[in-house]
Design a protein around this ligand. Structure first.
Ligand code: AMP
Length: 300
């Protein structure tokens, strides 16, 4: 496993993937099973490059950029065990060393949900993802469904700017009791950890009500808010259409149930992607199935 600190060192690995797609999994480190599941998904298609970079521009003022957990040696040990081809751990100056006059702003998908409460967050995410795509030059990039709005905002950037990369969303990995894995779960003490489960409970309550036949957005939001009463501060509980993230009074088709709340010192988010028809509620995916990636990238 190569550990590269500069884009130049990474470029020297160009011969690494031969006729297979180069797969990229961007992360901010403090790796857990959620990140590793994305790496495993990617390994089936080709050599995987994982980036570990805590991106300053996606944190707002007063957010946890300084406190964000960093443990490079533990991360490298985990990635070594998965036969990752290369890890890219650039300094801030490697990524932001230039003039940085150009940034990428999200379209309307970035306005609500986390975009509403974290102004500038998705511009920071898109700008760093575009920079990382430019440095890693992947054929395939994998993102977690856990950050659903992020996936959809990035998908719009890739489509609108004609970026030559195929996006894949990996399923949300959870603890046994349902809590979505997150690097920020490290902030939770035992009491907060127990209360943090209210996010998953809220989503399940919303899904159960849909399964019972309710299709009114207001009723679904209300039942989710009821469960979120255990949080210290509720940021949002929303029902949005996928992929556009538009609001609708009636729930139908591909749908995102999304919640965000402060529990103890941690700001936590979670979601469920559902396919809602007249008589059925089934689990859904965010991004369209990419088809057979392996055969698409096999060159003659
Ligand atoms: P982060 O390090 O938090 O920026 O996350 C890096 C990638 O891992 C993003 O694409 C996240 O959506 C994804 N991710 C984070 N938590 C999970 C999880 N519990 N299950 C699946 N993917 C996740």
């Amino acid at each position: 496993m190569k550990v590269c600190r500069t884009a130049e060192e990474l470029a020297a690995l160009d011969s690494l993937h031969g006729d297979r797609p180069l797969v990229f999994v961007p992360t901010m480190g403090a790796l857990h099973e959620g990140h590793l599941s994305l790496v495993r998904l990617g390994c089936q298609w080709g050599p995987v490059v994982v980036s570990i970079f805590v991106n300053p521009t996606q944190f707002g003022e007063g957010e946890d950029f300084d406190a964000y957990p960093r443990d490079l040696s533990a991360d490298l040990a985990l990635l070594e065990s998965l036969a990752v081809a290369a890890v890219f751990t650039p300094d801030v100056s490697e990524v932001y060393g230039g003039a940085n006059e150009v940034t990428i702003q999200p379209g309307h998908r970035g306005l609500g949900l986390c975009g509403h409460n974290r102004p500038g967050h998705f511009a920071g995410v898109l700008t760093v993802v575009a920079k990382l795509f430019g440095m890693v030059r992947p054929d395939v990039a994998i993102f977690g469904r856990k950050d659903a709005q992020q996936c959809l905002v990035i998908a719009q950037m890739v489509a609108d700017l004609k970026m030559p990369v195929t996006l894949v969303d990996g399923p949300t990995i959870r603890e046994e009791d349902g809590l979505a894995l997150s690097s920020r779960n490290r902030y939770l003490d035992a009491g907060a950890r127990a209360r943090a489960l209210c996010l998953y409970r809220a989503l399940n309550a919303g899904r159960d009500l849909l399964a019972a036949g309710e299709r009114g957005t207001e009723a679904i939001v209300e039942v989710m808010l009821g469960e979120l009463a255990a949080a210290d501060l509720v940021e949002y509980a929303e029902v949005r259409q996928v992929p556009g993230l538009d609001l609708a009074d009636e729930v139908r088709g591909r749908t995102l149930l999304a919640v965000a709340a402060q529990v103890g010192p941690a700001r936590l988010i979670d979601n469920l992607v559902l396919n809602v028809s007249d008589h059925e509620v089934a689990e859904g995916v965010l991004l369209d199935e990419p088809g057979s990636i392996a055969s698409r990238f096999r060159r003659p």
